[in-house]
Design a protein around this ligand. Sequence first.
Ligand code: ZN
Length: 66
Amino acid sequence: MPLYDYFCDSCENEFEEKISYEEIDNKKIKCPKCKSQKTKRIINAKPFVRYIGDGWTQGIDRLTDE
Ligand SMILES: [Zn+2]
């Protein structure tokens, strides 16, 4: 099974989870640290891409920082 990166909204923990392709869109992944289900899959994370608030900032056009 492929290994995916996940990010926890509750404690900002990043972790990896093995999930089958059928489960990927509907399985609730619990954070191993705080047991929250407020987790999101990180897709092809690049070093300069950061997770901010409610969604991804793709980074490509994001050359200015607050
Ligand atoms: Zn957590």
